[in-house]
Design a protein around this ligand. Structure first.
Ligand code: ADP
Ligand code: MG
Length: 739
């Protein structure tokens, strides 16, 4: 008997060699094999007769092979196979089909799937490049039968048949998977525990795991083909819910564990309020007020804050972060503000000094590129508790920095981090600050209980500029509470976005000249995505020269890219900020957070090469003041279909949420959230876009289980669910330990 946890190697027909191939597909256990779902189903219950076919339809035909052969045209070799049913004929063609040379034998039964066309010359039906499966020939059947595989043939025809992606460069075919999965199901232990509590099962109307696994691979004859294709059968829904439920259970547990730690109960008294009021350079928007309230209320509680502040570019997150910082500082604690890039750290540093230093707060900048001496000095200030607000890149926490008295960690991640990266980062952040807090602390840490000093967990506020649809944010950031800045500061005129072909660049430069003449500033951005791409960088540098000498000889043109010396970068940014530079030629380093309200033009060269969210972030650099702003997307002549789609969206809307939705659709969740490089495996059966509603339900139910036990859910059920969740997380998400 097979348990779900049995290694696939022990499934009949697999063995160590094939297990290795499967392992490359992420299939290690019987359960993972059974979660390898068909990507398509074929209705071979009622296969079409050739005579019934209609041109243009997708159809499955079962017929026998009549003739086949390779012929060469001037352009390419083509493999042709004719299949027949009685007198009816169906022609199948495969371009470059040399590999099929000895594939078919006359008399074999084959299943063919593809788009039906009419062969113009002969008037027959044909399918070009059909997917096919050889269903065996008489000798095959006899062999199978003698091997005791009586069911073999019945798996291929006379039913709805599952089609799997092949593996191992085609060695493990769809047909192979069909048999193996069938065998595994037949040998699966009869007592399969349902790890989902009965009350949840009842509410969600879930069928049993065994039934779900059978039916997702071997649907009942009456099952709707459409529901199957769209993963909406009861079997699919059960498996999808299960996957999402255990992810949510893990995230929710993590959230609760973090909450259960000892944090700092900051006091928001009149003094802190007055301090906040004093620094505010403008009236906060209603959204900013609401969000600050949410943050402040977290900070007042004795459990540590774990909050995500989400707001589109330009929605005013910085000031909210500073307000939170003031609360912590006024309570005698230190604050760390971490930015993803040096430029952004510098920018935060300048803003902080502008806004906070008048109030007398001591602010330091700590980045990787500081001189050693300076670094040491800054660290000393931090360790002695002199520095109240420490701003730096993430290197700030990666190299061990000792804080005398850390109270609040603000992570400005913009959109640079994937889920797993963030979890790691947060972990590191609290680890470092924890180990620091555990040292004999300064007088303001009043957590001494007898002789042992209890280290309080600092609060953590994560800021992101990637607008994520709320339901998804709740899930992806399921371990955090969520605040959303959904309102732009007043007095902005919407940005006008235009798409222009390269060839009209002279007009564009003329327009830039006019705007600069009117006292504004411009960005010209080049697609240097990786700062180490020498050639791309050269293009930006060359363009800078060209602008200075030929296009705008009368203007001050600056250059900013990731490879400049930090001092140089800082200098350029300052000059641009002051308005001394009129046109800033730049790479995407300005994509994050740079804030110069007088800049009203953004020209993006080769806009088709940028991702949608990235373009939106870039555009967020303008439209920050009251003057009308223009985003000009210049494109070369070769733009892919998806590129067109992105550019269209940019011209159509300024709404970050709409853009995020579309980006999510275009790129898929893995790329969108950057989980690929961050090591979060993609979901096995769920699809975050398709299954949003199930996701919400899963989150709700996971919380209910953790609220248990109660009249509905027994302690035993809670334990079983948690045990199952831990195994699952360990196996699938290896990186993160829960519980
Ligand atoms: P982001 O959310 O992208 O970090 P910022 O915090 O940089 O946005 O704010 C964008 C711009 O809007 C800044 O110039 C900031 O000074 C300004 N700003 C923020 N809040 C307000 C407000 N309530 N009223 C007027 N201007 C504001
Ligand atoms: Mg910002």
């Amino acid at each position: 008997m097979l348990e779900l946890s049995t290694p696939v190697q022990y499934v009949k027909g697999i063995g160590p060699r094939l297990a290795e191939i499967l392992s490359a597909k992420g299939i290690h256990t019987t359960n993972e094999l059974l979660q390898y779902l068909p990507f398509r189903y074929e209705d071979r219950l009622n296969p079409r007769t050739i005579a019934e076919l209609r041109p243009g339809e997708m159809a499955t035909v079962i017929a026998d092979v009549r003739t086949s052969g390779l012929f060469r045209t001037r352009r390419m070799p083509i493999f042709e196979m004719t299949a027949g049913q009685g007198r009816a004929r169906l022609r199948c063609l495969w371009f470059h089909g040399t590999y099929l040379k000895d594939k078919f034998k006359p008399g074999q039964m084959v299943a063919l799937y593809g788009k039906v066309e009419v062969d113009e010359r002969r008037g027959d039906f044909q399918i070009i490049q059909p997917q096919f499966e050889i269903l065996g020939d008489p000798s095959d059947e006899r062999a199978a039968e003698s091997a005791g595989e009586k069911f073999a043939a019945s798996l291929e025809v006379g039913r709805i048949v599952p089609i799997y992606e092949s593996a191992g460069q085609g060695r493990l075919t769809s047909r192979w998977f069909r048999r193996i999965i069938h065998t595994a199901l037949e040998n699966l232990t009869p007592d399969l525990l349902d790890p989902i509590p009965a009350a949840v099962r009842a509410r969600m109307e879930l069928i049993s795991p065994r039934e779900a696994l059978w039916k997702v691979h071997w649907p009942d004859p009456g099952e709707s083909l459409q529901d199957l294709q769209s993963s909406r059968t009861a079997a699919h829904l059960r498996l999808i819910f299960e996957e999402l439920f255990f992810i949510e259970l893990g995230l929710e547990l993590k959230r609760r564990e973090q909450k259960a730690q000892t944090g700092i109960a900051f006091r928001l008294d009149d003094r802190a309020r007055a301090a906040i009021k004093k620094i505010l350079p403008f009236h906060p928007t209603a959204a900013q007020k609401r969000v600050l309230k949410e943050i402040a209320s977290d900070m007042e509680k004795p459990s540590p804050m774990r909050r995500l502040l989400q707001g589109d570019v330009g929605s005013g997150k910085t000031i909210v972060a500073f307000e939170a910082a003031i609360i912590a500082i006024e309570n005698g604690y230190q604050v760390a503000l971490m930015a993803p890039t040096e430029i952004l750290a510098q920018q935060h540093y300048f803003s902080a000094r502008r806004i906070l230093e008048n109030a007398g707060y001591r602010i330091v900048l700590l980045t990787g590129s500081l001189e050693q001496d300076r670094k040491r000095e800054v660290r000393r200030h931090i360790a002695q508790g002199n520095a109240q607000l420490v701003i730096g890149t993430h290197a700030l926490i990666e190299e061990k920095v000792e804080f005398a008295n850390p109270g609040l960690v603000i992570v400005d991640e913009q959109h640079r981090f994937g889920v797993m990266q963030r979890l790691k980062l947060m972990k590191k952040g609290t680890e470092v600050t924890m180990s620091v807090a555990a040292r004999p602390a300064s007088k303001s840490t009043e957590t001494k209980k007898g002789d042992t000093t209890v280290a309080p967990e600092p609060d953590v506020l994560v800021m992101t500029a990637t607008p994520i649809p709320r339901t998804l944010a709740l899930t992806i950031y399921g371990d955090l509470d969520l605040s959303v800045l959904d309102e732009m500061p007043p007095g902005r005129t919407p940005i006008v976005t235009r798409r222009v072909s390269d060839e009209r660049c002279e007009e564009v430069w003329e327009f830039v000249r006019k705007q600069v003449g009117a006292g504004h500033q411009a960005y010209v951005v080049y697609p240097v995505i990786e700062e180490n791409e020498e050639n791309e960088l050269k293009a930006a540098i060359k363009m800078h020269k060209e602008m200075r000498q030929r296009i705008f000889p009368e203007l001050h043109v600056g250059l900013l890219h990731g490879r400049l010396h930090p001092d140089e970068k800082e200098h350029v940014m300052k000059e641009f900020q002051k308005g001394d530079i009129s046109v800033l030629v730049s790479t995407t380093v300005i994509e994050v957070g740079v804030d110069v309200p007088n800049a009203t033009i953004m020209v993006v060269e080769h806009a088709e090469r940028f991702g949608l969210s990235q373009l939106h972030q870039l555009r967020g650099r303008i439209g920050r003041g009251a003057a009308k702003s223009y985003c000009i997307l210049m494109t070369g002549d070769k733009v892919s279909e998806e590129g067109e789609c992105r550019l269209d969206a940019m011209v159509r809307t300024n709404d970050g949420f709409q853009i995020a939705e579309l980006d999510l659709e275009l790129r898929g969740p893995g790329e969108f959230f950057g989980t690929r490089q961050a090591g979060l495996p993609s979901f096995q059966v769920a699809n975050l876009i398709r299954d949003r509603q199930i996701l919400e339900a899963a989150k709700r139910e996971a919380a209910a289980v953790l609220d248990g036990p109660n009249g509905e859910i027994s302690q035993q059920e809670v334990n079983l669910a948690l045990r199952h969740m831990r195994t699952r997380w360990q196996h699938t998400y290896g990186l993160v330990e829960v519980g």
